[in-house]
Write a protein of this length. Sequence first.
Length: 344
Amino acid sequence: MTTSSEQAGNRHVTVIAVPQALGSTVTIPLEMLSAANDIARAGHRDRLLMNIELAGMDADEVILAGGLRLRCERRLADIHRTDLVIVPGLWGNPRAAVRRYPELVCWLGERIRAGSTVCAITTGSHFVAATGLLDGRQATTHWRFFAQFQSLYPRVKLQRRRFMTQSGSLYCTGSVNAARDIMLHFIARFYDEAVTSQVAQHFTHELKRSYESMLLDEDQRRTHHDETIIKAQEWLQDNYSQPVRINELARRFRLSVRSLNRRFKSATNSTPLQFLQDVRINHAKDLLKQSNLVVAEVADRVGYQDSSYFTGLFKKLNAVTPNEYRRLVRNKLFVAESEESGRR
């Protein structure tokens, strides 16, 4: 999964293991970045672009939340150059952890000043903020610690409605799920679209998306912290091709229809049906772009049995019919690929 030496020209990634860190905030980056290396190796590329090392504070073995034990390859104090640092989220009070590990705060400050990119997952942002180098910059953290974070670091521009933030070389996520999206962003930077797409297929339920636009997206439908509504959105994204009844959706999440609609509207600025419609139409666009399915088959794949209704809805939302959309996007792809071939 990792390499122990830094090959010349390779990107070096440090994934930090802190006692009582949430295991997923350590293992998701390790698994996704390592998968990118494996996919690149299978593609017979000349060399790996990432050397990934799991680093701890002192001991060789670190016990994470839930009792997961990880063996670290190096001590942080021995790492003086690294391109990307992943700071994990913690189980429990992050303020206490920051006080317990001042050497981590000091090391992060040194790496940031030396030009390293740092990505803090959920409450890991407390360690970065404690360096003082987030002052005046945008950041986010887990919603349960918004008040504490704002009180401790009032000069940081806390983004309460964003799951991902970027300010220069400093990145933050407000949820564990967002860690997958931000790892795809880094993989896209270090590798190419082919590798990134393959990793996305293994680790996310989405069809191919623009990771850069997703990272910087300020659409409130994706940037809220109502966990019940987040779960409802995820369920809709996973089941968009099936018949969806709002009363059954509300019952699934132990809400009344009225409460579901109210909370959904408050969190996303849309109703559940509008959100479902957007998910279906976006998936339809991917199918029109990437497959040769006829319009009726596309409609059925995304949950519309009436292809005439689907065509009318698609035109209403996009100003073109599905077939016209397919011709437009494929022509753009052809032109882009032709221009790229001409440059080679």
